[in-house]
Write a protein that binds this ligand. Sequence first.
Ligand code: F7E
Length: 332
Amino acid sequence: MPIEVKRALITGITGQDGSYLAEHLLSVGYQVHGMARRVAIPETEDRFKRISHIMDRITLHSASLENYASLYRLVANQEFTECYHLAAQSFVPDSFADEFTSMETNVLGTQYLIAALRDVQPECRVYFAGSSEMFGEVRQVPQDEQTNFHPRSPYGISKVAGFHLARNFREAYDMHCSSGILFNHESPRRGSEFVTRKIASGAAKIFLGLETELVLGNLEARRDWGHAADYVAAMSLMLQQDDPDDYVVASGEDHSVRDFCEAAFSCVDLDYRDYVRSDPRFMRPAEVSRLLGDATKAREKLGWQPKYTFQDLVREMVEHDLDMWSKYRYIR
Ligand code: F7E
């Protein structure tokens, strides 16, 4: 009997998680397909920078979460064993600034995609990217799969809606839909607006003499930070289970933004207190003060175990940015 090659569709393949997941699935023999939007101003080099090294091993399809017909056409013409729905408007402050776009993309986009799969290939297993932002104003520390949701942003609300949509497709149509409730996960591929990348590149630029200060928002916010490469492995494990289910994926350790600054600046032998200041400009209308996850279920049922420690993560990010910005300094 020939072994059937698994075919995965990744929405959001150009992002941090999509790129690590594509690498992971290629390494275990999948045929990897990605979905990317057509855009008016292509900026190809920048948009595809995270997957440029695997471009010749993946297939990209043009479709948009805002357009049901494009999603239907994609899944009607191609058969997939697994679909990882990672694409979203994922920056929390932007969800306050443009709540309607965030809701449309994150909620309707999820419904369009899974509904199209239900109609033409209900056997395809689906992963939905939930988020610890769904917990928001927490009533219980640490948070696990039983913790109530109290989202504090349009982004968090959109993810709660997506989570319930995925659950309902599972219960109503017997689809194999699983959601990962992933706590913050970072890497050198993290977008520059997120706090960890802002701190890592700030420390690198200050060390290289390219900048003199780093301006952040709330330094006391606490997050459970892990490495994206570890977290995509959990997504894939969820779809290998006989039964679909929901899992918290977290490191089980929390640190403040201030702690992250201290760790990053000490990688370049600097004291963050000499360079970092807080400005209300970067504060959110409603903040999530502390998130800490309990990933016991993922560890026990999926056999998932992260490899990176907090220190490894910070060091890898700072070293990457030192390397990147030292080339820039040389060009200048
Ligand atoms: O903020 C505080 C900020 O933007 C972390 C997304 O991937 O993870 C991410 O959401 C914390 C917040 O990530 C700045 O107020 C202080 O308390 O890096 P962030 P996030 O909002 O936690 C979850 C799991 C997701 O699902 C999301 O898609 O850091 N903070 N000063 C700052 N944050 C930013 N961005 N910039 C600052 O200057």
